[in-house]
Design a protein around this ligand. Structure first.
Ligand code: HEC
Ligand code: HEC
Length: 426
């Protein structure tokens, strides 16, 4: 009887020790997880990460950068055209692009050959990632805040506000203009520093490093992609490593007018629609004497992670990757398929149709002629484009692409692949 309390005390002691030890190792594990995630990130970039995911910075309270630029879709949208606004009542006009592989893009300029290059957005109007980041906060169809000061007021109440003060100074809230600029700079640092935005670990990269190989369909697609007489895709979607040896980005950051079709829901007769003028309307171009030559041109997007996009082209007119490749192949040989009867180039104002690229492969044929790319070639190009999916997203491509075969091929390089037949929008 006398020993019972002692034993009870021992049991309690053990229990307490176990709880303390458990709590301690949980804290250590948490810290380790955090430092693993954010190891390489500067304090600014860590703040950028917080801002990127903070919905309280939108007028609706329902939207952050991450709502439209979804990580699982390669930081592009889950549906293409997005909603936004004070009550989420507004609809955007352009497709939501991927934010991956943008970090080395330059500001907008005319290159040595006098051709437009660089810049952010489909029309290149923003010079830097920070300048770009200022726009969504105030865009009435996006995060829809009234002004910079109201964004900063919300920022000063965020859970990470103390950290913001630590990095940018305790007086930062008294200077809304500077606070807003610091916030956009933090967003730029996040997109620049976080390796998630430029992993270079797709099957394509593994093949380039000799760690994996393409299956026959992917190999044929790769050849067509580079062949100047066939796909000629690499003429704009650069497939060679950069001068400094960094792997190809699948864009040369140039601009082109592809004459992409009007989205189906806008094709009805009598429907009012202002064709998007793109490059010629943006601030660096619109005052130029030759501005109208650039109407209807849009930036060449990177094709990395393109298989994860839900909608394609600046106007999100096509929803299937196979249709995009088929459009390149048959825009000129079978225009009715894309535009309907007597409505060729229906998303380019008649005055600007001369700007549409007609000379280069894969274009340049007449209606009824044999396309440069056969149905088999189109399938092979699609198989190749699937190899550009980053490794963190390759597994997810299973459900998105609706084809286990394609995703398996991306994960297990050598496995043979069956190409999915996708219904076209004919
Ligand atoms: C309502 C959806 C939406 C929200 C919210 C949003 N974006 Fe975007 N984003 C878009 C769309 C649409 C475009 C293309 C617009 C255009 O080209 O005019 C775009 C373009 C971009 C680009 C340029 C990409 C390129 O290829 O040049 C970057 C960078 C970007 N967004 C980052 C952000 C950041 C950072 C935030 C948060 C501050 C954000 N976005 C919030 C929809 C959104
Ligand atoms: C002359 C330059 C040029 C050539 C050649 C070219 N592209 Fe493009 N590509 C572009 C431009 C510009 C866009 C964006 C056009 C727009 O949205 O109006 C684009 C868009 C795309 C898109 C949509 C990406 C997205 O995020 O919406 C895909 C996919 C694509 N191209 C694949 C290809 C393939 C495959 C080939 C070869 C068969 C090819 N491209 C040849 C310039 C080119």
């Amino acid at each position: 009887m006398r020993f019972v309390p002692v034993r009870r005390r021992t049991v309690w002691l053990w229990l307490l020790t176990a709880i303390v030890l458990g709590a301690l190792s949980w804290v250590v594990w948490q810290k380790r997880q955090m430092s693993m995630d954010d190891a390489a990130l500067s304090p600014q970039a860590r703040l950028g990460h917080a801002v990127f995911h903070d919905r309280s910075l939108s007028a609706s309270g329902q939207q952050s950068c991450a709502t439209c630029h979804v990580e699982e879709h390669g930081h592009a949208s889950a549906r293409g055209i997005e909603h936004g606004g004070t009550q989420m009542q507004a609809t955007g006009e352009r497709n939501t692009p991927s934010l991956r592989y943008l970090w080395r893009n330059s500001s907008f300029h005319f290159d040595e050959e006098g051709k437009p290059n660089g810049g952010f957005f489909w029309d290149g109007r923003a010079d830097t990632l920070a300048a770009q980041a200022a726009e969504p906060f105030l865009n009435p169809a996006e995060m829809a805040n009234a002004d910079k000061a109201s964004v900063v007021a919300k920022l000063s109440r965020a859970s990470y506000a103390r950290e913001f003060e630590r990095v940018y100074g305790a007086h930062i809230w008294q200077q809304p203009e500077q606070a807003f600029a610091a916030m956009t700079q933090a967003l730029a640092s996040y997109q620049t520093e976080d390796p998630a935005f430029h992993r270079f670990d797709s099957l394509f990269d593994q093949v380039a490093q000799g760690k994996a190989s393409f299956n026959p369909a992917q190999e044929r697609g790769w050849a067509l992609f580079k062949d100047p007489e066939k796909g000629n895709c690499a003429a704009c979607h650069t497939a060679e490593p950069a001068a400094n040896g960094s792997p190809p980005l699948f864009t040369d950051n140039s601009y082109d007018n592809l004459g992409v079709p009007l989205p189906v829901h806008l094709r009805n007769q009598g429907q009012r629609h202002d064709n998007d003028a793109g490059l010629c309307a943006q601030v660096h171009v619109r005052e130029r004497a030759d501005a109208k030559n650039y109407c209807g041109a849009f930036k060449v997007p990177s094709l990395r992670n393109v298989a994860l996009r839900r909608a394609f082209f600046h106007n999100a007119s096509l929803q299937q990757l196979r249709d995009v490749v088929a459009f390149y192949a048959t825009r000129d040989t079978d225009p009715q398929r894309w535009y309907g009867v007597n409505k060729a180039l229906n998303d380019v104002k008649p005055a600007y149709r001369a700007n549409v690229n007609r000379d280069e492969a894969p274009y340049g044929q007449k209606p009824g002629e044999q396309p440069r790319l056969s149905e088999q070639d189109i399938d092979d190009l699609v198989a190749f484009l699937h190899t550009l999916t980053d490794a963190d997203l390759a597994a997810r491509a299973v459900s998105l692409a609706g084809s286990t075969a394609v995703a398996n091929a991306a994960v297990h390089a050598a496995a043979p692949v069956a190409i999915p037949k996708v219904v076209t929008s004919r």
